[in-house]
Design a protein around this ligand. Structure first.
Ligand code: ATP
Length: 510
């Protein structure tokens, strides 16, 4: 069973220290969240799995980490200054602000048909395409929205809508002490551009041959109009992105293989069930894209929504960031539509040994959200199980590799020095030799401690008792030197020799 609504996850995250609202004691800062003691472990584990799969386990990848503060020209020639915007609209009555395409998508087909007719479009035009069309003629749009009685979900009534307008999502920040027109930089809205502008640096310093890729994980910033749904849409987000460079012509097959590879990764390594994932083929493509396929996850409350986007960006990015573009063998779309670059000092090309010519590689971009990955893993793992005695146990059935704590070592009695000392020794040995995050906890009775560990997804609890010390009250000391190991999912307990603990756990924590 997975979570049935987002509230269960939000409440668990706050209660057990996974995720808190940002700047909470000052009333919060919308669209920001802080990862707590367990959240940071879960997030780091997810990133570690991703890095291992996409960088270490392949022979064709390099990792980098580029600056968050970005020269404005990077984001001018990438197209973000002009085009990285969302449509925005306000209702004068409720004072509510909406992303215009989201507002339209929430309307009935009848309302959408009325709008489409007003703009001479086919009656079944979808909300996103309608938003694009209306944005071109804002005055006419205002009249049409009124006539079609577009509803505001806040009060369920037709809104008094303003004209829709575009809103650039990039955050600007001042660099250096003097604030003038020239001294600003952007906080990067995606990690991707750092990889494109470093294409030559990576190529020259590693002597890579095509095909090869660059991977990066890190923060990005988007001034989302309506951040919402917990960490699904935030203003400070974290991404895990790959730019995989190929010979033009190989792009389509390589694109397909990344889609399959990453779909399998979410299932096999993150533990998402295949029924909760599906692929979405974009019909309407961004200016740079030849094909884009999203991996969607079935989030509770939200339904299927984007977890990762995998795009074939052709030679758009390397072409756009190059100088002297007219000397390069660019594809027709890039040659025609990319902005003429007047600031770059580099040609981002690759010398093909076979043809002895410089080419501009195509790029396949798998781009996933860390926060959305954490959210999906939590939603999938959440379970409420009714026990035989009628009690409800909340258990996070996380894959062991993702679990924030791998092993909790619990003393049966906290006022028995020998039990406590043995438990602490076991905890330290597992941490040191097994490199597995282990905790010692004696803050409650054993039943309560088990429940707490279940709720945060700890796969194993070890309990040290009188039998361990050879002080069984039955006089039978056959269990001396053993502890009980309790499995989170089955709640079964097994006695294991202390000396065998490390291999026992290592075999089960994979
Ligand atoms: P959306 O359509 O949901 O706004 P997008 O298509 O703009 O997302 P991309 O630019 O493809 O997203 O970014 C790659 C990934 O980064 C997304 O698949 C998503 O997982 C994550 N992401 C993007 N925007 C946000 C956000 N505001 N909050 C959290 N994660 C995000």
């Amino acid at each position: 069973m997975a979570a049935s609504n987002m509230e269960q996850i939000v409440s668990l995250c706050k209660r057990r220290g996974f995720i808190f609202p940002g700047s909470e004691i000052y009333g919060g800062l919308q669209g920001t969240f802080d990862y707590g003691p367990l959240g940071v472990e879960l997030k780091n584990n997810l990133k570690r799995l991703w890095w291992r799969h996409n960088v270490y386990e392949r022979d064709d990848m390099e990792g980098i980490e580029t600056a968050l503060l970005t020269n404005r020209y990077v984001l001018r020639y990438s197209g973000h200054e002009k085009g990285f915007s969302d449509p925005l609209i306000d209702n004068r009555t409720t004072k509510k602000r909406y992303r215009f395409d989201h507002l339209l998508k929430a309307q009935t087909p009848e309302v959408l048909t009325l709008l489409a007719e007003a703009f001479n479009l086919p009656a079944d035009t979808d909300g996103e395409s309608l938003a694009d069309a209306l944005l071109q003629e804002p005055e006419k749009a205002e009249t049409a929205l009124k006539a079609a009685k577009v509803i505001d979900s806040a009060d369920g009534k037709p809104g008094d809508w303003t004209q829709p307008r575009s809103f650039n999502l990039m955050f600007k920040t001042q660099v250096g002490p003097v604030a003038d027109e020239e001294s600003f930089a952007y906080l990067r809205p995606e990690t991707a551009q750092g990889m494109f502008v470093n294409f030559k640096n990576v190529l020259d310093s590693t002597n890579r041959k095509l095909p090869f890729g660059i991977a990066q994980m890190g923060k990005s910033f988007r001034n989302e109009i309506t951040p919402r749904n917990f960490i699904f849409r935030v203003r400070e987000l974290e991404q895990m992105e790959i730019e995989y460079f190929v010979f033009p012509g190989d792009d389509e097959a390589v694109h397909e293989s990344w889609i399959q590879d990453h779909m399998d990764w979410w299932v096999n390594e993150v533990g998402l069930s295949r029924e909760n994932l599906k692929l979405f083929e974009h019909i309407k493509l961004s200016h740079y894209s030849k094909r884009t396929v999203d991996i969607l996850y079935n989030f509770p409350t939200l339904g299927f929504d984007e977890l990762e986007g995998i795009a074939n960006r052709t030679d758009w990015d390397l072409g756009s960031h190059s100088r002297a573009q007219d000397t390069l063998p660019l594809s027709a779309n890039t040659a025609e539509k990319a902005m003429k670059n007047e600031h770059s000092v580099e040609k981002l090309t690759y010398f093909d040994d076979k043809t002895k010519k410089h080419i501009v590689p195509f790029v396949i971009e798998p781009a996933a959200g860390v926060d959305r990955g954490v959210l999906a893993a939590l939603c999938e793992a959440y379970d409420e199980e009714t026990l035989e005695n009628g009690e409800v146990r909340v258990v996070l059935r996380l894959k062991p590799a993702l679990a924030p704590i791998k092993v909790a070592v619990l003393p049966l009695k906290k006022n028995e020095p020998d039990i406590v000392a043995t438990a602490k020794r076991i905890k330290n040995t597992l941490m040191a030799e097994g490199n597995m995050r282990s905790v010692y906890d004696d803050s409650a009775g054993i039943g309560k401690l088990y429940r707490r560990q279940d709720e945060v997804g700890t796969p194993f609890c070890i309990t040290v008792d009188f039998d361990t010390l050879g002080r069984s009250n039955t006089g039978d000391n056959t269990n001396e030197g053993t502890v009980t190991v309790r499995d989170r999912d089955t709640m079964q307990q097994e006695r294991v020799k202390i000396d065998d603990l490390l291999p026992y756990l290592q075999a089960r924590l994979k």
